[in-house]
Ligand binder design. Structure first.
Ligand code: MOS
Length: 761
């Protein structure tokens, strides 16, 4: 195996950088994404979205649309009422807002009709000919708009029940020598995966098949069935490849059941691809957040008081909570902690998950404050974090299962050359470019969830791993093949992996960076059960080289069952078993999950054991360092270098791990300098609803991004020893950049994104 920067040499407790098993298919264009699946006699659906953010649909004028050649059907609220159960706010349902269930409009761009036609072109022409009479009301756009309602998150949320706190913040803050009192803001971010959002639905008799990119096939199957008022076992959801998820394909969409209903009405398959601009209003998004932080420290740098208040935009009906205080409140060894999260109800769609939903905005605020505090103390920001590093959490006093934060800082600082930084603001220059350097902590809970897997091992040494998990680009199929091969003693090319189909044993939602931990734990358990079956058969046999051995002492290696001084080929061991195949169905239930956690999976209910639950705090950590260069005259901002060092327990595959972490940091650069959904404050409508105006970085924006994998062994987190890396890299980057901008210019920009105009004057 060749190694390169893309395929880092494994260090201790790290797996080989096996190339992606689906890589070739993908680059050849042969991996069929859900909207690519060929379907006979397909009709094409196009959504029609509202042009107002609040009010009612008085009348939809459809005659001209129906007159377009090729139009088959137009569904409006007159057709849906009573046909579908309304969606519910919760784990598989992103929002209780059920478009077409009545005439009410809750937000800009809400679905108000679905046009079905023989061709996409006909559907588009018909959609454009629909005119709407609205009864419009004045919407509230965001924080500070008239008509919003602010509520305490812990009072209205089923998920977020507690504002964490410890000690006496007020007294400690009042008594402290050095204090800061600051506010930060992160704007709305919208998901823009390369793969467009889509639903393809068809019925065979009473059986419904849905092809749709999703991170939660079982959850969707059950929710689609509930909305259509049919038995879940009548619904099959298929999603083998997903082209960018990051949370956007986690909660079920408001469109899916409507498209299925359209297919049933027409008696033919319907495919609906959401346009890029419609995805800004019919898909979920990262809530806009505001943060108020008060921090106090003694002159020696020890933090004595930390307060974090968050305000988060949500929709009128649904109390979606971002709630990152459970992480910020535990990150350092604060003397006292006070937190509070508020929801601000506006006329917007319900927000939902986006990569490290809680940590990205909340740690952005905390890590900025850490840098401001280090400056106030005249301390090196790395040393300031070292002084406040914690061995137990500040809220409940529980130990961390492992915490390699300062190792990450040390390795990243050394690679970055932090010691060459002159701490004096504005002191570093290269010609016309002002140089700034900053750093920040990355942190994410090590979540794990129940998972079922079926592993089939044949006597010819071929194996198949089946689980209804999802390949959202993380490399889970590769890691599954690699791990099963390792434990079954096979070459990875002998292992076939199937995922993304509700006909397979259930896996949890692919979210919360829990997939590798959950799927790998189930695979390890299943492989051990297979090994045990083979070992028992071989050692209890009347003859054969392994007869009479201790079954615990034999392992699967190189297609053989191996003891210290003897071995037997798999083919011969299977003769003792008396069959040519072992089909092992195994359920993994993590510590802390309920006894019926796996049966709940079959019901589409997710049960994630999050990192702060249990006797220990389980978090993955990292440290990110950035260099920014700001042009003296134009104030153009560049990021020539980013170095991140991360510890995540067992690293299953250094190539896919690096790729996840690198991608996370690139998105971090994006949130620091590029991304923001802009609203027209009068109408609560999205202004920049395409990739021309919604800025994301391009290759020219991204230069040197280096990932260091820091060895760590953690036997507490789960059977696989994996903490999860999918979201970690994205946390902290924006704060490191904001700190570097301050270092270069002396300007502390507390509202993202940081743009040229913030740095003028
Ligand atoms: Mo992720 S935001 O947990 O898909």
């Amino acid at each position: 195996m060749t190694t390169s920067e893309a395929a880092p040499l494994p260090r201790e407790n790290m797996g080989q950088p096996l190339a992606r098993v689906d890589g070739r298919l993908k680059v050849m264009g042969r991996a069929n994404y859900p909207a690519d699946i060929p379907v006979n006699n397909l009709a094409h659906g196009l959504l029609v979205a509202s042009g107002i953010a609040r009010g009612r649909v008085q009348e939809l004028h459809l005659d001209e649309a129906h007159a377009v050649k090729g139009v088959l059907d137009i569904l409006t609220h007159d057709h849906i009422r009573g046909e579908l159960e309304p969606p519910e706010f919760g784990t598989s349902g992103s929002s209780s807002i059920g478009p077409l269930h009545d005439d009410k409009i809750w937000h800009d761009g809400q679905i108000i009709a679905l046009v079905i036609a023989e061709t996409i072109e006909a559907a588009r022409e018909a959609a454009m000919r629909i005119t709407v009479d609205y009864k419009e009301e004045q919407p509230s756009t965001s924080f500070g708009s008239e008509g919003t309602e602010t509520v305490a998150a812990s009072e209205v949320s089923q998920q977020f029940k507690e504002d964490v706190k410890a000690g006496d913040f007020e007294t400690a803050f009042d008594a402290a020598e050095v204090k800061i009192d600051v506010e930060y803001g992160m704007p709305t971010h919208h998901h823009n995966p390369i793969e467009m959002f889509s639903t393809t639905a068809y019925w065979q008799g009473e059986e419904l098949t849905v092809h749709e990119p999703t991170q939660n096939v079982y959850g969707w199957k059950v929710e689609i069935a509930r909305q259509l008022k049919i038995e879940p076992d009548r619904v099959r959801v298929i999603s083998p490849y997903i082209g960018g998820a990051f949370g956007s394909k986690g909660p079920i969409t408001p469109r899916t059941a409507i498209v299925a209903l359209a297919a049933r009405r027409l008696g033919r398959p319907v495919r609906c691809v959401v346009t890029r601009s419609q995805s800004f209003t019919t898909q979920t998004y990262r809530a806009e957040t505001r943060h108020h932080i008060q921090m106090a420290a003694a002159r020696d740098g020890r933090i004595t008081a930390f307060k974090h208040e968050g305000w988060e935009v949500t929709s009128r009906p649904d109390p979606y909570v971002v709630g990152g205080t459970k992480t910020t409140g535990r990150l350092y060894n604060y003397g006292s902690v006070l937190t509070k999260v508020f929801l601000v109800k506006t006329d917007r769609p319900t927000p939902s998950y986006m990569r490290a939903p809680a940590e990205t905005p909340y740690i952005y605020a905390l890590e900025n404050a850490m840098d401001e505090m280090a400056v106030a103390l005249n301390m090196d920001p790395v040393e300031f974090r070292r002084v406040n590093d914690a061995s137990q959490d500040a809220i409940e006093g529980k130990p961390f299962s492992s915490r390699s934060l300062m190792q990450c800082y040390d390795e990243a600082a050394s690679e970055f050359g932090w010691s060459k930084r002159n701490p004096q603001v504005g002191s570093m220059r290269d010609g016309d470019w002002l140089i700034g350097m900053g750093c920040a902590t990355a942190v994410h809970p090590a979540n794990v969830a129940p998972c079922a897997v079926r592993i089939t091992l044949r006597d010819d040494g071929h194996a198949r791993v089946q689980t209804a998990s999802h390949e959202i680009g993380t490399g889970v199929q590769t890691v599954a093949a690699q791990l099963a091969a390792e434990h079954l003693g096979l070459h990875p090319s002998m292992v076939q992996v199937e995922m993304g189909d509700t006909r397979l044993p259930p896996a949890p939602v692919t979210g919360g960076s829990s997939t590798t931990a959950s799927v790998c734990s189930a695979i390890i358990k299943a492989c051990e059960e297979i090994r045990e079956k083979l070992a028992r058969a071989a050692v209890t046999a009347n003859d054969g080289p392994l007869a009479g051995r201790d079954p615990a002492s034999v392992l699967l290696k190189n297609g053989r069952l191996v003891a210290a001084d003897a071995s037997q080929a798999l083919k011969d061991v299977f003769k003792h078993v008396g069959s040519g195949v072992i089909e092992q169905y195994t359920e993994f239930r993590p510590d802390g999950a309920s006894p019926d956690a796996v049966s709940n999976l079959y019901q589409g209910k997710m049960e994630m054991v999050s990192g702060e639950k249990g006797d220990m705090i389980k978090y993955a950590f990292g440290a990110e360092f950035v260099e920014v260069r700001i042009h003296r005259r134009t104030r153009e901002i560049r990021v020539p270098r980013v170095v991140g060092a991360f510890s995540g327990g067992r690293i299953m595959n250094t190539r896919t791990a690096r790729s996840q972490l690198m991608g996370g940091m690139i998105w971090g650069i994006s949130s620091a300098l590029h991304e923001a959904t802009e609203f027209d404050w009068r109408s609560a409508r999205v202004v920049n609803r395409d990739l021309q105006d919604y800025l994301v970085p391009v290759n020219a924006d991204i230069q040197d991004v280096k990932v260091i994998l820091v060895p760590e062994t953690d036997t507490h987190v789960n059977l696989a020893g994996v903490k999860g890396l999918g979201e970690l890299g994205n946390v902290g980057t924006a704060a490191a950049i904001a700190s570097a901008v301050h270092h270069a210019t002396g300007k502390r920009i507390r509202e993202l994104p940081i743009r040229i105009d913030n740095l003028l004057g």
